[in-house]
Write a protein that binds this ligand. Structure first.
Ligand code: CA
Length: 373
C-alpha cells in the first residue's frame, strides 16, 4: 500500500527531528575520547595535590572557602583525591603562585589574575577593571560570554588552566582620614590602591603608596598614608581601620566585581581520570557560588555593625568625582591596550559584552535596585 502524502511528510519530519535530537545529544556528550579507558582503569588510584594561595593562611572567606573545597573534592571522590591548602608564605611567597603551578611545583593556586599583570598585562581584565562590570556581569562574560576561552588562550603557553574562582562583589571605596568633596581633595592624597585603580588615582594627582596588607593599619594610624582601600566591610572590620580613619567611602569604583581565579596545572589536570576532572571543576564552581554569597552576607552584617557600634561615617564619592575618575580610567585602559595586542583582544570582548549587558541591566537589575527593592 502506498504511503499517503501526509504520512510521508510525517515520516520525513520525524526523521529530521530524530536527527536533530541525535545531534543535540551528541553535542551534550562530554568530550570523552582516549581518556575513557583512563577513567575505568584508574578509578582506585589516589591523588595528593597541593594548592598554594595568595591569601594569608586561614584568610576569612577566601582561605576558608579553599578548605571547604578541599573537603568537597575529597568526599566527592571517595578519598581518591586529597588537596592540601597552603596559605601565602607557608610554602612559597604569594606572588610566586603562578610560576609554581606553571612549573608543576604545586598543582593548583588560588588568587586574582591582576597579580600577574606585570608578566601578562591582559590577565587583569579577567579580574577587575575600574568602572568595569559587577560580579553577575563578570560571571556572565567569563562563563557564558567568551571570556573564559580568551583566559584559557592567554594561560595555555604557561601550561595553566584558569577557572573562575569566585567574586568579592562590589568592593568599598576605602578609608579616609578626611572627607573627599571634590577632585582637589584627591590631589596629593597618599593612598594605598593597587593595580589599574592606582593608575587612575595617580592621574587624578594622588600619590599611590604600595603597602603590604599587614602594615596598612600602622601606616594609616601614623599618617604615612592618608587613605587605603582594602576589600569590604567584613575584612575591613577585622583590620580595624575604623579606629584610625572615620570616613568610609563607597562605591569601590576601582573594583566593581573582582573575579577571583583558580589556576590548575593543565598537563596534570588532563592526566587525571575524567571523573576527577569533573569533580574539581564542579567543586571550583561551587566555591565560586559560595564565595560571593559569603561576601554579600558578611559585608551586609559588618557594615551595619560598624556604623552602629563604631561611629563609622559612611560617605558616597561625589558624582562629579566619579565621572572624572571614569574618564581617567578609560585613558588608563587605553594605554594598556595600545601596548599589548592580547590586552586589546580581551578588552574588545569585555567592552562589547559590557555594552550589550548594560542595556539588559537597564530594564532588569537597575530598575529593581532603583525603584523596587
Ligand atoms: Ca581591594
Amino acid at each position: 500500500m502506498a504511503v499517503s502524502k501526509s504520512r510521508r511528510h510525517f515520516l520525513k519530519k520525524g526523521a529530521l527531528a530524530a536527527a536533530a535530537v541525535g545531534s543535540l545529544a551528541a553535542a551534550c556528550q562530554p568530550a570523552v575520547g582516549p581518556q575513557k579507558a583512563n577513567f575505568a582503569i584508574s578509578s582506585t588510584k589516589k591523588y595528593r595535590w597541593l594548592l598554594v594561595t595568595t591569601w594569608p593562611p586561614k584568610f576569612p572567606v577566601l582561605g576558608e572557602g579553599l578548605e571547604l573545597m578541599a573537603k568537597w573534592i575529597e568526599t566527592a571522590s571517595a578519598g581518591r583525591m586529597k588537596i592540601k591548602v597552603m596559605g601565602a608564605g607557608e610554602l612559597i611567597p604569594p606572588l610566586e603562585c603562578f610560576d609554581a603551578v606553571s612549573q608543576g611545583a604545586a598543582q593548583m593556586a588560588s588568587g586574582v589574575s591582576y597579580y600577574w599583570s606585570g608578566k601578562l598585562p591582559a590577565a587583569q581584565f579577567f579580574a577587575a577593571i575600574p568602572f568595569g562590570m559587577n560580579a553577575q556581569q563578570m560571571n556572565a562574560w567569563i562563563v557564558n560570554g567568551g571570556g573564559l576561552k580568551l583566559w584559557e588562550e592567554l594561560y595555555a603557553p604557561y601550561d595553566l588552566l584558569p577557572m573562575p574562582g569566585g567574586n568579592t562583589g562590589v568592593q568599598m571605596g576605602g578609608w579616609f582620614r578626611k572627607e573627599i568633596n571634590s577632585m582637589a581633595d584627591l590631589r596629593g592624597l597618599k593612598m594605598r590602591m593597587p593595580g589599574l585603580g592606582g593608575k587612575v588615582l595617580a592621574k587624578a594627582g594622588g600619590t599611590v603608596v604600595l603597602v603590604p596588607g599587614n602594615e596598612l593599619y600602622t601606616n594609616l594610624e601614623r599618617g604615612v598614608i592618608d587613605a587605603t582601600e582594602w576589600i569590604g566591610p567584613y575584612h575591613d572590620y577585622k583590620m580595624g581601620f575604623y579606629n584610625v580613619a572615620k570616613y568610609y567611602y563607597y562605591p569601590g569604583w576601582h573594583e566593581p566585581g573582582p573575579m577571583l581565579e583558580m589556576i590548575v596545572n593543565k598537563s596534570k589536570f588532563e592526566a587525571l581520570p575524567l571523573d576527577l576532572q569533573e569533580i574539581i571543576r564542579t567543586a571550583v564552581y561551587r566555591l565560586s557560588y559560595w564565595t560571593l554569597g559569603e561576601f554579600e552576607a558578611k559585608n551586609n552584617f559588618y557594615l551595619r555593625k560598624m556604623i552602629r557600634e563604631e561611629g563609622v561615617q559612611l560617605r558616597q564619592y561625589p558624582s562629579d568625582v566619579l565621572k572624572k575618575l571614569k574618564i581617567y580610567a578609560d585613558e588608563v585602559v587605553a594605554e594598556v591596550t595600545a601596548q599589548d595586542p592580547m590586552s586589546k583582544k580581551v578588552y574588545d570582548s569585555f567592552l562589547a559584552f559590557r555594552k550589550d549587558i548594560k542595556s539588559w541591566a537597564e530594564v532588569t537589575e537597575t530598575v529593581f535596585y532603583r525603584d523596587l527593592l
